[in-house]
Design a protein around this ligand. Structure first.
Ligand SMILES: [Zn+2]
Ligand SMILES: [Zn+2]
Length: 302
């Protein structure tokens, strides 16, 4: 009877108890929750977990299946838990609408899909009404330590694949767009609006208003913060070695930065405010990316 009591108590799980959820796949989180500031803006409305295509996907929490079908070519499963629901894609469903599931129960298998630049992954969403919540708070993955032997191979292949993608200058989603605006001035040779001569533009200019938040493009460590008459206030963040290449992002023209050299930053963390310091005809963010010290076009990584 004691067991029954606890099972029943478990059934009224509130978000406060949610960290006791089960990871939906065994792989690590390869892309974090990055909700947009406004519903119409781009962002990442869930988390991505690395897993091999065909591997089992399980329910994070107990609940009732309210959708199992295909949306825009991808299999999707939705499980309702009281006033929240979890979404799983791309998944070939093994459950039906109305099925009651327990945490850890198999919902189906992961489809190959193209959601992640890096290879097959599960996109897990968590919503209350129309509000997106951070699904990574539902469970602890234990990072790579929990990967079974087979998944370590997958992680290695992922790193290799990323290396190839990075080398070719194309790995969409690797970097988060530090401000939501479009690219105004592209990477490459351009006629400089202030110097009135042709110069190499070693980055992209993103439209932004004075004072807008600048967010770190990926997790990393601040390695440079300086001022010069061309860059204005300049910040460099080292993202470590990704797929065999050292990735550094450079931010220019900010009115100010709120992080110091040596400080660790999270992906999406506000690191400064858009300004027009240095050679700038107006407020915007210049974003540069270097791969092993060489400037590359950031557009392929956003
Ligand atoms: Zn995703
Ligand atoms: Zn620029």
């Amino acid at each position: 009877m004691v067991g029954l009591c606890c099972v029943l108590l478990g059934g009224v799980a509130t978000p406060a108890h949610a960290a006791s959820g089960v990871p939906p796949v065994t792989g690590p989180i390869v892309r974090e929750f990055d909700p947009p500031d406004q519903p119409w803006l781009a962002g990442h409305r869930g988390i991505d977990l690395l897993a091999a295509a065909g591997s089992p996907v399980v329910a994070v929490l107990p609940g009732r299946v309210t959708f199992a079908g295909r949306i825009a070519g991808a299999g999707v499963v939705v499980v309702l838990h009281g006033d929240t629901r979890t979404t799983y894609e791309p998944v070939t469903s093994a459950v039906r609408v109305g099925d009651q599931v327990v945490g850890g129960q198999r919902l189906g298998v992961l489809e190959a899909g193209h959601h992640c630049a890096s290879g097959p992954c599960l996109h897990l969403g968590w919503l209350r009404g129309q509000t997106y919540l951070d699904p990574s708070t539902l469970f602890t993955t234990g990072g790579l330590r929990l990967l079974p032997g087979g998944s370590a191979e997958v992680a290695e292949r992922l790193a290799e694949q990323r290396g190839t993608q990075l080398g070719s200058g194309l790995a969409p989603g690797l970097l988060l767009r530090p401000v939501p605006g479009a690219i105004g001035s592209e990477f490459g040779m351009r006629f400089h609006p202030i110097l009135h001569r042709w110069r190499m533009h070693a980055g992209v200019d993103l439209h932004a208003d004075c004072g807008d938040a600048i967010r770190a493009a990926a997790a990393g460590v601040v390695i440079g913060r300086s001022f010069d008459s061309a860059s204005g206030n300049r910040l460099s963040v080292d993202h470590g070695v990704v797929g065999g290449h050292r990735v550094v992002t450079i931010y220019m023209h900010a009115s100010e930065y709120s992080v110091r050299v040596g400080e660790r930053v999270r992906r999406g963390q506000v690191i400064g405010r858009v300004g027009d310091t240095g050679w700038a005809t107006g407020c915007h963010l210049h974003l540069g990316v270097t791969l092993d010290g060489k400037a590359v076009d950031p557009a392929g990584f956003l």
